[in-house]
Write a protein that binds this ligand. Structure first.
Ligand code: ADP
Length: 601
């Protein structure tokens, strides 16, 4: 039933169908009823005041006026009716229970039919004579069931001077509330029916509590400091054994330390009704120290008249684990696809390697056949054929060396032979050793440095090999009349060696592929040159083993620049003198022959 404000503070709101009694000793006790009428007039109710011999029509009007300014307006509009007890209760000067009961029902229903919410009535029963009390009391008892079903609130006024203690009890019993003055103060009595309703309310509260206890979701009523209520599932999730213990705790104690600030902000927002999202994902540590991923859904809740938060906490660890597993599967699937792709590349590589191995062998065989023919016919100089044989032997050797090295680097068996060396000398010597060869290809090579000496820890043989590979690539991919620049710059904590050319360049989208093992870029754009595609991956691995980096900058059609950055550090090796190398030594020639073996004279 809809709650209606009575305007009487001590009662507050009541549902339709409420029957109230008041004991008065003089009409001065009627004044607070003006607020009752006022509340009805302003809440779209028809208001009826039935006065008795203790008051007059005019007096009632005056009483109501103490609260309602425009009483006449309400009387004229028909919303306020002031009638005498005889007009309402008596028919041919006698009281007829069934007629009066029907009157209440008809009058209330016509109020509703006329667009009002219901009827509110003040009925002065001061006219009641002792001889009529019994029958009137029966009527009151019966009319209760009529009133309780109607949109009607009625206050019956009894003259306290006219009732004895027995009658008083009976009157109180027939009304939901009884108002009476005690020491000039208005007091309220609630009757049995009300107590029953309270009991029913308590019972339904009990049922709700039972239901909450059975719920498998953790429910808490709490604020920032305390837990006021929680259910069984809440005890379970926190690992606390009993309600007494948890009642002395705060939910904050169960939140993972680095998440506490977020949690506090969240609860504050809930309590101030300011959450835009009433859900928080956080971590809970239970009593045994186990960490759980949880979801808290909270709403503001008035508990025992104070602001609190009603929170539902769910363990989402399994859900989170599922999401992680799904993510794992995606990553593993990607890895599998990558492996399949890598395996395909590897197979393609070994197919093309068989071609690479066959070509120099065929050339060696042809050269040998030619020597045989020459020997038979003339006995001419055979130097040209020996050169061809030598170069192709170098090619095969380089290929086999590279295959062995890439396998060793892959399986981490590749060891550097690190010494303190003058890196400037190494780079300069290796450049000088190929000057003639580069010239013979119609190219110019220049060396430049910003320092004469820079001692760093490195494996000189491997650095030679890296620089030679970069220069041989520059020779391979730079057309006649082109330039190659080899520079070394001492930057204090690092040394930068660059090999630059103004050759064919590398398309942007292929620049990272050239460092991948087994991938042959020529196949992807042009294939004018011989080579296994192992040179740069090996060079990169060697530089990285030195703690450095190998990178490329290139513009297709304009040229390329490869940069080797090596950390400038030394190793302790007192007994061993600085390693020196001679540019004319056998080593250089051999190495250059090996690295340049792909380029035919
Ligand atoms: P290879 O031993 O077959 O030359 P590399 O690993 O040394 O293999 O080089 C891989 C590929 O990188 C070359 O085939 C070429 O396409 C490209 N490349 C390397 N250096 C240059 C350069 N200076 N100019 C243009 N392309 C280059």
């Amino acid at each position: 039933m809809e709650a209606r404000p009575t305007g009487i503070d001590i009662i507050g709101d009541v549902p339709w169908g409420t029957h109230i009694s008041q004991f008065y000793s003089s009409k001065d006790d009627f004044y607070y009823l003006a607020a009752f009428i006022k509340e009805g007039l302003f809440n779209n109710e028809i208001c009826l005041w039935i006065y008795s011999h203790n008051t007059t029509y005019q007096e009632v009007k005056e009483i109501i006026k103490s609260q309602v300014v425009n009483v006449d307006y309400f009387i004229e509009s028909g919303q306020l009716k002031i009638v005498s007890y005889s007009a309402w209760y008596l028919e041919n000067n006698t009281f007829n229970e069934s007629i009066v009961s029907k009157k209440w029902a008809d009058f209330t229903n016509s109020a509703v039919d006329n667009g009002f919410d219901g009827l509110r009535a003040v009925a002065d029963i001061g006219w009641l004579k002792k001889s009529d009390f019994e029958s009137f009391n029966n009527y009151e008892q019966n009319v209760n069931s009529v009133i309780s079903k109607l949109p009607l609130i009625a206050i019956c006024l009894y003259d306290i001077g006219n009732v004895n203690i027995l009658e008083f009890g009976k009157i109180v019993k027939n009304h939901a509330y009884t108002l009476l003055k005690d020491d000039a103060e208005l007091k309220l009595l609630k009757n049995d029916e009300l107590l029953i309703k309270e009991k029913q309310l308590q019972q339904s509260q009990g049922n709700w509590r039972k239901l909450l206890q059975l719920l498998p979701i953790a429910v808490f009523i709490h604020d920032e400091q305390k837990i006021y209520y929680c259910n069984n599932a809440a005890l379970k999730i926190t690992g606390v054994i009993d309600y007494d213990t948890i009642g002395k705790m705060s939910l904050l104690q169960f939140i993972c330390e680095d998440k506490r600030q977020d949690y506090e902000d969240f609860v504050r927002q809930v309590l101030n009704d300011k959450t835009c999202n009433n859900c928080l994902y956080t971590k809970l540590i239970d009593k045994s120290g186990q960490l759980l991923d949880i979801e808290i859904i909270s709403t503001k809740y008035i508990y025992n008249g104070c602001s609190a938060a009603l929170s539902i906490i769910s363990n989402i660890s399994h859900r989170k684990r599922m999401v992680e597993l799904e993510r794992d599967i995606i990553i593993k699937n990607d890895l599998l696809n990558e492996t399949i792709e890598y395996d395909k590349i590897k197979t393609e590589f070994f197919c093309s390697m068989s071609h690479e191995l066959r070509t120099p062998l065929n050339v060696i065989l042809s050269a040998l056949q030619l020597i045989e023919v020459q020997q038979k016919n003339t006995g001419n100089s055979q130097e040209k054929y020996f050169n061809i044989i030598r170069q192709n032997c170098y090619r095969l050797l380089r290929l086999v060396n590279n295959l062995i090295d890439i396998t060793m680097l892959d399986s981490d068996f590749f060891e550097l032979n690190v010494k303190n060396c003058n890196i400037v000398e190494i780079v300069e010597n290796i450049t000088l050793s190929v000057v003639e060869f580069v010239k013979s290809k119609g190219l110019k090579i220049q060396f430049d440095t910003n320092t004469e000496e820079k001692i760093i820890a490195c494996d000189p043989d491997q650095i030679d090999r890296v620089i030679l590979n970069l220069i041989s690539n520059a020779v391979k991919f730079t057309p006649t009349n082109g330039n190659i620049w080899v520079n070394i710059t001492d930057c204090g904590d690092k040394v930068i060696i660059t090999v630059k050319d103004n050759g064919v360049g590398i398309p942007r989208n292929k620049q990272q592929l050239i460092f991948n093992k087994f991938q042959r870029v020529e196949k992807l754009f042009t294939r004018h040159h011989e080579g296994s595609g192992l040179g740069l991956p090996i060079a990169k691995s060697i530089v990285e083993k030195h703690g450095g980096t190998l990178t490329v900058e290139s513009e297709f059609g304009k040229g390329s620049k490869f940069s080797v950055i090596l950390p400038s550090k030394t190793v302790a090796e007192q007994s061993c003198p600085l390693a020196t190398l001679s540019p004319t030594g056998h080593n250089f020639v051999e190495r250059a022959n090996l690295e340049f073996s792909d380029i035919y004279a």
